[in-house]
Every structure is written in structure tokens, then in C-alpha cells.
Design a protein around this ligand. Structure first.
Ligand SMILES: [Zn+2]
Length: 155
């Protein structure tokens, strides 16, 4: 019996929700054409940069999704041990200005980013089913086995 995309997303979301406590859900776009390998490369590179800023081991789920039109790729990530970093500084930068240190949104160097605080009440299933439109072309777990650190919540 064929499994529907929704069932797959629900199952993946459920699994991700149980995997580890998450702090943020992010989406990263690319302003230039990249392939799946290139997207994962930039994603991993960004995570190691975030880890330096976080000053503690971080862990993540990182997946590549192909966009609807033209097949442009973007990344989705669930991140842990980044609860003390600022997701978004609230400043709207002119387009093509990025890679700044003010917040996680503006730190992404390849295009636009959206970083949402993870709400455990909603669970990972909520983020996966609402933001992952077509399914993930490739994905990986980074920094597992995860060791959640004590982190301060700053708002
Ligand atoms: Zn910022």
C-alpha cells in the first residue's frame, strides 16, 4: 500500500521530535544555483560556524528541499544547543546584505534565512509538515549522539 507524503512527513516529524530537544527551526535559501551536495556543504559549514559562536557542541537535523518552480534548493534545519543565540535581531536589512554577526538570520551567508524558535508544544511534526513542502532530497544528522547542554534563554 503506498504511503502518502503526509504520512511520511508525520512519521519523520514524530521521529525528529523524540530525537532531541530542539531550540530553533530554520530555513536557508541560496541566491545562486547549487546542487544537493553544495547545499549540504554550505549548511554544514554554517553549522560549524554557529558552533563556534555558541561555544558549545551543537547538534542538528539538516535537510535539502527542492523548491516548487525551477527546482531551486533550500535547506531546513532543526538545531539544538543554540537556545542562547539570538534567532532574529528584528532589523530588516536591504536585500543582498547578509553574513552579519547580529543574529542567526543574518549570519547565513548564501541567501535569505528564517529562524523560528522551536515550540515543543507544537512538536517537530508541526514544522516538518508546515515548512517542508515536497519532501527532502537529502538529509543528515549532525552532532549526534546529542548531549543537550544547559543553556540560558535570552529573549
Ligand atoms: Zn540580524
Amino acid at each position: 500500500m503506498p504511503t502518502s507524503k503526509k504520512e511520511l512527513k508525520d512519521a519523520m516529524g514524530e521521529w525528529l521530535g523524540l530525537l532531541a530537544p530542539w531550540d530553533v527551526f530554520s530555513t536557508y535559501t541560496f541566491s545562486r544555483l547549487v546542487n544537493t551536495g553544495g547545499a549540504m556543504f554550505w549548511g554544514r559549514r554554517h553549522l560549524s560556524w554557529l558552533e563556534k559562536v555558541a561555544q558549545q557542541p551543537i547538534y542538528a537535523f539538516l535537510g535539502v528541499e527542492r523548491g516548487e518552480a525551477g527546482g531551486l534548493l533550500h535547506l531546513h534545519a532543526l538545531l539544538g544547543n543554540v537556545g542562547h543565540l539570538k534567532p532574529f535581531c528584528g532589523v530588516r536589512l536591504p536585500s543582498r546584505e547578509w553574513a552579519r554577526g547580529c543574529c542567526m538570520v543574518h549570519a547565513w551567508p548564501c541567501g535569505h534565512a528564517r529562524v523560528l524558535p522551536y515550540d515543543p508544544e507544537l512538536g517537530a511534526r508541526y514544522y516538518v509538515s508546515n515548512y517542508v513542502a515536497k519532501g527532502l532530497a537529502e538529509w543528515d544528522l549532525i552532532g549526534f549522539p546529542a548531549a543537550p547542554q544547559f543553556s540560558f534563554s535570552v529573549s
